[in-house]
Design a protein around this ligand. Structure first.
Ligand code: ZN
Length: 389
């Protein structure tokens, strides 16, 4: 059983069912094969909404936070072992190499602080005094007049109670860099008339936007600040190939885009990788043998370029675009600088078609690699692209 919080309601009772529900919904969506970009959307909307209402009125313990992140992570990786791409990378925008997944904990914290801010600043009602009283109590402990205007040290911040909604929100407030003081009044245009507006005086110093009063702080800004503070990912550069795919993504299908994201982030399950975690009913590890050539071990390099099957496909595709030599390793991976657009598209589609064939062979649905058929498929796909343009 979890810790007892508030009126005899355990955390297990409060969040257990919700977390189960998140897991179940995630599993249902994963049967639809929606790809990594689709998964990010489902996680950001359907999964997150299941818990957001609760999390705004009840605090989340460290344990629940951890479980929540685990559930979302299991959904993204379909429960297959550990995540193969760092969590922080998934949070980034598509053009930066990520998939725009929202960190559920940061998102909930951002929503919670936004709600408290509204309670404190918008048409303050007498019943909202409780917030003020709590803050004054904290301020008293710190030896200042107003908790929001204080410059607490680390120890004081750590002493704030996790299970108190005001105190835990105050903690986040300091985490995002909220500063006391600042402007007290501001001119605001209302129905064409300039009117002086009373501000809370508490604000955040924005690097670009200057000083933002607390009541103007948007959930998105709070979320971005939390991500910046908590997700420490310095100087991450997406792969060249990822950027290249981004320039042709409009001509790619959802499946092709998903495949290339997995390829450029090395998330493809090669047989060598699979043999590390997959076992059959008898407990025997999955074979490492390449399902296409059935000779060599299918490590990354073998899958990516070296397999005789890949090379055959490579040669056929090169012929198709009028080249004598097969594509170099960096061209075949779209890593080469200044590649021609049509060539990139052809390779992008060809490799997906080949991958599908490899999967079929792995499942025993096809015994032999027939590049003739694959090239016909490629031709059809390229015709569709030509018609699109
Ligand atoms: Zn092979």
């Amino acid at each position: 059983m979890g810790d007892v919080i508030g009126h005899g309601v355990t955390e297990e009772e409060r969040y257990g069912k919700i977390l189960e529900d998140i897991e179940e919904t995630g599993q249902k969506w994963n049967r639809e094969r929606i790809g990594i970009y689709g998964q990010a959307i489902v996680a950001n909307t359907l999964l997150l909404s299941k818990i957001s209402h609760r999390a705004q009125v009840n605090t989340l313990s460290t344990q629940v936070r951890k479980k929540l992140k685990e559930k979302v992570r299991a959904f993204i990786w379909k429960g297959a072992g550990r995540g193969m791409v760092r969590w922080e990378i998934l949070m980034m925008g598509e053009e930066e190499g990520g998939v725009g997944l929202r960190d559920p904990v940061c998102a909930l914290d951002a929503a919670k602080i936004r709600m408290l801010v509204s309670l404190m600043t918008k048409d303050r009602q007498p019943w909202m005094k409780w917030i003020e009283r709590k803050l004054h109590r904290v301020a008293g402990r710190w030896g200042v007049r107003e908790a929001m205007a204080a410059k607490p040290n680390r120890k004081q911040i750590e002493e704030l109670k996790e299970d108190c909604i005001v105190e835990s929100t105050l903690k986040i407030w300091f985490e995002i860099g909220g500063k006391g003081g600042g402007k007290k009044k501001e001119e605001k245009k209302e129905k064409g008339e300039m009117r002086e507006m009373e501000l809370s005086g508490m604000g955040v110093e924005e690097e670009k936007e200057g000083w933002t009063p607390i009541e103007r702080l948007k959930t998105r800004q709070i979320y971005d600040r939390l991500i910046k503070k908590r997700m420490k990912l310095k100087n991450y550069e997406p792969k060249k190939a990822h950027k290249a795919v981004h320039t042709i993504q409009k001509q790619l299908t959802a499946n092709e885009r998903d495949y290339w994201w997995r390829l450029t982030h090395r998330v493809i399950q090669t047989k060598t990788r699979e043999s590390h975690w997959k076992k059959d009913e008898k407990g025997v590890s999955e074979t490492r043998e390449c399902p296409v050539c059935k000779v060599e071990e299918e490590g990354w390099d073998h899958y990516d370029y070296e397999c005789i099957g890949v090379r055959e496909m490579n040669k056929r595709v090169a012929e198709r675009v009028g080249r004598v030599d097969m594509f170099s390793r960096s061209e075949w991976s779209l890593e080469e600088e200044g590649m021609e657009r049509g060539m990139m598209l052809t390779i992008a589609k060809a490799r997906w078609i080949y991958h599908c064939q490899r999967v079929k062979m792995d499942m025993g649905q096809n015994r032999r690699l027939n590049t003739e058929i694959l090239m016909n498929r490629l031709d059809r796909r390229m015709t569709i692209v030509a018609e699109m343009i």
